[in-house]
Design a protein around this ligand. Structure first.
Ligand code: COA
Length: 377
């Protein structure tokens, strides 16, 4: 595979949207610690008898050191910071109204289409990739298609934290086969609904954001677009990141409200498994193009943990990476699940020059990995 092997498809537009409320580590910990105090008071007798462990405090210092996350955008703060509730308040909408996740997608899509110089009517495929989907059907992608006045077809796909890179790869492939001419990838990650805000180990991890890309044939792409030279996907079974929420939950009343119906993980194991897996995956992808790792100007990595990203980038480059080489957005956005690598791309790509190479790579639940080798045209 030569450095110039190409799919003949390009990312011609990209856009980001996020809800306005900013949630800081400090206020998050104040709410968690008040929840812990109330729980510990409620179970004081059991704790004194040694039959129950008290919940320990959460600290902003730990959160920053362990993850690099300082703030995150959230749909709703009122429920999250209420020690009696510890869950976002997101009212159900009537079926006649646009659903909240479709609205997230449309907000980012409008920005991506504008940058691409396209309108909704130009779009003939909507691929929605997301780690959590708010309903089974009709597909949210079809609601987005309708809201934008797009043609063609749309579908939702689920692949944990690689849903967004996977959706981009599906869009590129549809263009390559001629099934579509102007594909829209939307990633409405409203992650705060799947978190267990009562769990100290993970209550700080996620934030809400939406990102969209426009993918078209390279011969229709204007200068400054990003040509997709090649793509790779891989998956390898793991139970280390899991969310058991699903339509069969109500069929077992004994377990339907258990905490395994929310995000849970073995963070240390994920870290240990995924760092070498992702570094090897990226190195093999660029080696197939005979490109030395240092010749790639930018690595837009999945944004789950800053220490993890530093380790992966160091393994790839053979030395520590600068923030310019491997941008960090999780300090501001938190972990935005599958949106992370696309957000890093959208927020940190405009400064690169014609001819520059970049790698967008996601890694997460599944395990699932996806990467795209891009070149600015
Ligand atoms: N506040 C203060 N201390 C805390 C805490 C909190 N919120 N949560 C845990 N701790 C303590 C633990 O009790 C433990 O203390 P001990 O050593 O006295 O027992 C210590 O901090 C380390 O806990 P641990 O859970 O091992 O932390 P960690 O360093 O592994 O960091 C993660 C946790 C989740 C940030 C980290 O494992 C991670 O990011 N892993 C990768 C996860 C990932 O990418 N997931 C993908 C999701 S899409």
């Amino acid at each position: 595979m030569s450095p110039r092997t190409t799919t003949g498809t390009s990312i011609t537009g990209h856009g980001v949207w996020h809800p306005e409320p900013v949630l800081e580590n400090e206020e998050l910990c104040v709410a968690f610690n008040e929840f812990a105090r109330r729980e510990n008071a409620k179970y004081a007798a059991e704790i004194a008898a040694g039959t129950r462990q008290p919940i320990k405090d959460s600290t902003p210092e730990f959160i920053i050191k362990a993850s690099g996350i300082i703030t995150r955008y959230v749909h709703d703060k009122t429920g999250l910071l209420d020690p009696e509730r510890m869950c976002p308040n997101i009212p159900d909408r009537p079926e006649e109204e646009i659903s909240v996740q479709a609205e997230y997608a449309v907000n980012a899509a409008k920005r991506a289409l504008e940058r691409a110089g396209r309108t909704g009517e130009d779009v003939d495929l909507v691929v929605l990739g997301c780690s959590n989907l708010q309903r089974m059907y009709p597909a949210i992608a079809i609601e987005v298609q309708e809201a934008l006045g797009a043609r063609g077809y749309g579908y939702d796909m689920s692949l944990g934290c690689s849903a967004a890179t996977g959706a981009t790869i599906m869009a590129s492939q549809a263009i390559q086969t001629g099934a579509a001419k102007c594909a829209l990838v939307v990633v409405p990650e409203l992650t705060t609904g799947h978190m267990n805000w009562r769990e100290r180990d993970s209550h700080f991890i996620f934030g809400d954001a939406s990102v969209a890309l426009v993918v078209e044939p390279t011969d229709r792409a204007k200068p400054g677009s990003w040509e997709i030279l090649s793509t790779r996907m891989m998956s390898k079974w793991s139970n280390n990141i899991r969310n058991n929420y699903g339509y069969l939950d109500r069929c077992d009343p004994e377990t339907q409200n258990n905490t395994d119906k929310l995000f849970h993980q073995h963070g240390r194991r994920v870290y240990k498994d995924v760092v070498p897996l992702a570094a090897k995956f990226i190195l093999e992808h660029i080696a197939a193009h005979e490109l030395p790792p240092q010749s790639v100007a930018r690595y837009w990595l999945h944004q789950a943990n800053v220490n993890m990203n530093n380790s992966i980038a160091e393994r790839v480059l053979g030395r520590p990476a600068s923030r310019e080489e491997a941008p960090v957005i999780l300090d501001e956005y938190g972990n935005t699940a599958s949106a992370g690598s696309l957000l890093a791309f959208s927020l940190h790509s405009e400064d690169l020059a014609r001819g520059d190479f970049g790698v967008m790579c996601s890694f997460g639940a599944g395990y699932s990995l996806g990467s795209l080798l891009l070149q600015r045209t």
